[in-house]
Write a protein that binds this ligand. Structure first.
Ligand code: ADE
Length: 230
């Protein structure tokens, strides 16, 4: 799979996606990440990519043409073009799973003042990572790229790892994890996890996952209430 990020700030984004499982998968050539700078497609001698808003107002607006040219330079028939914006549909694990099946994803970052509305025709969909406003789409692109790429087969060391985690198929949070020491600041590791009994461990984990979900994210349980009961 390849993701191209259309951004004015590729060098800032790259290090974040060079660490951990995604970084290793990139190094192995299993997944590819490219950065496309709209400034390289500016027709202006000063490489200008933004201008003042018609009708007045503060801030600068990204012009449609450099974005369109940047997208065009990497777009193929199989590409899906996603615009990151606080006005988009809220990104969730199901979207990460859907996008991870693609061959080529193009993530387009805006800046907070906005993008010329006529550029909307370039995008297949618009995604928001949450109901708050970032200064630009870059942190959102990093979040989406990470969530998607870690689901590409082979990126995580164990295939099950991705499935077992929070927001996986069963709609519950992940179960709590513990490591050494057995007692830390007076707090013990739950006995079931030390039992060596796989069934007992699995049962404890299902119950603990449900308890964590009920306590921290009761909203997730509503739809999946019955599927999870142990
Ligand atoms: N750009 C600015 N804010 C954003 C958000 N919440 N999600 C995605 N892209 C954004």
């Amino acid at each position: 799979m390849k993701i191209d990020v259309v951004t004015l700030f590729g060098p800032a984004l790259d290090p974040l996606l060079s660490i951990g499982a995604v970084g290793r998968a990139r190094a192995r050539g299993l997944v590819e990440l490219g950065f496309v700078n709209p400034r390289d497609f500016s027709r202006d001698k000063h490489r200008k990519v933004d201008d003042r808003p018609y009708g007045g107002g503060a801030g600068m607006i990204l012009m449609a043409e450099p974005l369109a040219a940047a997208v065009k330079s990497v777009r193929k028939k199989s590409s899906r073009v996603v615009f990151l914006s606080p006005q988009g549909r809220r990104f969730a694990q199901a979207d990460a799973r859907r996008l991870a099946k693609l061959k080529h994803l193009i993530l387009v970052c805006g800046r907070y003042e906005g993008v010329d509305e006529r550029a909307a025709a370039l995008f297949d969909e618009e995604i928001s990572i949450g109901d708050y406003v970032l200064s630009g789409g870059e942190p959102a692109a990093a979040a989406v790229a990470d969530a998607v790429l870690r689901l590409v087969p082979g990126v995580l060391e164990k295939a099950e790892a991705a499935e077992r985690e929070s927001f996986a198929e069963d709609g519950a949070l992940d179960y709590p994890q513990y490591t050494r020491p057995r007692v830390w600041r007076g707090k013990k590791v739950p006995a079931a996890l030390l039992s060596g009994n796989h069934e007992e461990i699995a049962l404890w984990r299902r119950k603990a996952a449900r308890a964590a979900t009920r306590k921290k994210r009761p909203d997730l349980l509503k739809a999946r209430d019955n599927a999870l009961r142990v």
